[in-house]
Design a protein around this ligand. Structure first.
Ligand code: ADP
Length: 177
């Protein structure tokens, strides 16, 4: 597939991940999968308590891996939970692990016949991963994945602030088009 048809399948938007109506949304979870703050807390609040009950049956999710659940009261069909790396200065495999989060989430999506998926900016909140660096990793992984998987139709990167949206869109325009 050409790079312009790949970039047409990636959309950067500003919004709340819990409102996305794509087949799946991704949760920036922690290894326990038992809930947390930020995106994780918002997803669990909007999904209802059945989500935590299903998460309890999964036995956690090591950093960089991904697990899928139903979405309960959310408007999407599935939630893909991935354990993002905590930023510890950059020399502890953080970039490789963040790339794995995106790749494994996308793999799980395709295995479950998901056609559209929304990602938050994993690890860039409480986990402290520098936003620009994280954005370059997510864009790179998503682009590489779409090049090899034509059945995934749309990937949304959902930015929470205007500033994040501008930064991410700018990197996308410079790196991918
Ligand atoms: P992490 O622990 O992986 O850093 P956070 O939830 O603290 O996860 O933050 C990850 C990113 O998600 C941050 O950029 C934050 O601004 C953003 N964020 C927080 N709440 C939401 C939401 N409801 N929808 C989309 N993005 C959100």
């Amino acid at each position: 597939m050409s790079s312009s048809s790949i970039s047409a399948k990636i959309k950067i938007i500003k919004g709340d991940i819990t409102r996305q109506t794509t087949d799946a949304i991704v949760n920036a979870a922690n290894e326990s999968l038992l809930g947390g703050g930020g995106v994780d807390g918002a997803i669990h609040r909007a999904a209802g308590s059945q989500l935590i009950e299903e998460c309890k049956t999964l036995g956690g999710c090591p950093t960089g891996e991904a697990r899928i659940t139903k979405a309960y009261n959310l408007p999407c069909k599935y939630v893909i939970h991935t354990g993002g790396p905590i930023w510890r200065g950059g020399n502890h495999g953080e970039s490789r692990l963040l790339a794995s989060c995106y790749r494994n989430s996308l793999e799980l999506a395709v295995e479950n016949a998901i056609k559209s998926i929304s990602f938050p900016s994993i690890s860039t909140g409480v986990y402290g991963f520098p936003f620009e660096k994280a954005c370059l990793i997510s864009l790179g992984e998503i682009q590489a994945f779409l090049t090899n998987h034509s059945n995934l139709e749309m990937v949304y990167l959902v930015c929470f602030s205007e500033q994040d949206l501008e930064t991410c869109q700018d990197l996308f325009d410079r790196e991918l088009v």
